[in-house]
Design a protein around this ligand. Structure first.
Ligand SMILES: C[S@@+](CC[C@H](N)C(=O)[O-])C[C@H]1O[C@@H](n2cnc3c(N)ncnc32)[C@H](O)[C@@H]1O
Length: 205
């Protein structure tokens, strides 16, 4: 059954503000600073499209969001945002874009499908993939509300995501694609790690 935090975008947004506190805005600002004006952007697992609405729209990007959550999709459509219902695991259709972003969502594909998703997104990007993941384990937080949310309320309708990246496991994942890794750094006061993979430095055998 879909978890509470995924029931509607407003509830999701409140939860994210609660979890990230003062770092909430920085998690979006840091990504937006990597996206040039007027570029094409695909956001996989776009959630409530907060990044687009507040940080990418003013940059006049041509945006497409993909998500499996019908409530998020229908709410975004009401706001006239270009979103598509899409199960990233099973769908063969990933629209091309210069920049592809996936934030706080790769953990849904742990442990067996993260490479499959990376390769799918890499194929669809014309320039860069930006992968951002939480690296602090909120399920061991001393705040019981945050602990509860992290442990039990992370089911978008496809099953509970029980695993998370740590800084070490996320770095290990990124270094598997070191030939394309352009940059790796922490954002949101060290709560998330951001990896930028560049298409043009792809090695050919
Ligand atoms: C923690 S939210 C992150 C949302 C947004 N990127 C953010 O950072 O606030 C994870 C998102 O991944 C979506 N999701 C999970 N599994 C998915 C799948 N198989 N295909 C597409 N979207 C998926 C969920 O519906 C949810 O919107």
């Amino acid at each position: 059954m879909t978890s509470l935090i995924y029931l509607n975008p407003t509830f999701y947004n409140i939860t994210m503000r609660l979890i990230y506190g003062k770092s909430f805005h920085n998690r979006y600002e840091s990504i937006a600073s990597l996206i040039p004006e007027n570029s094409t952007v695909l956001e996989a697992c776009c959630g409530d499209c907060y990044l687009y609405k507040h940080y990418l729209l003013p940059k006049n990007v041509k945006y497409t969001g993909l998500d499996i959550n019908r409530s998020f999709i229908s709410s975004a459509k009401k706001s006239r945002i270009n979103v598509i219902y899409n199960n990233l695991l099973s769908s063969d259709y990933i629209p091309e874009a210069e920049y592809i972003i996936i934030q706080a969502s790769m953990y849904h594909f742990l442990p067996n499908d993260v490479d499959f998703i990376y390769q799918k997104l890499f194929k669809a990007t014309k320039k860069e993939i930006i992968i951002v993941e939480p690296i602090k384990n909120f399920s061991t937080s001393s705040n019981w509300i945050i602990k509860l949310i992290s442990r039990y309320l992370a089911n978008p309708g496809t099953g509970h995501a029980t695993q998370r990246f740590t800084a070490t496991t996320f770095e290990e994942f990124c270094y598997r694609y070191s030939g394309n890794l352009k940059n790796l750094f922490k954002i949101a006061n060290g709560r998330e790690m951001c990896a930028v993979f560049h298409k043009s430095i792809e090695k050919t055998n």
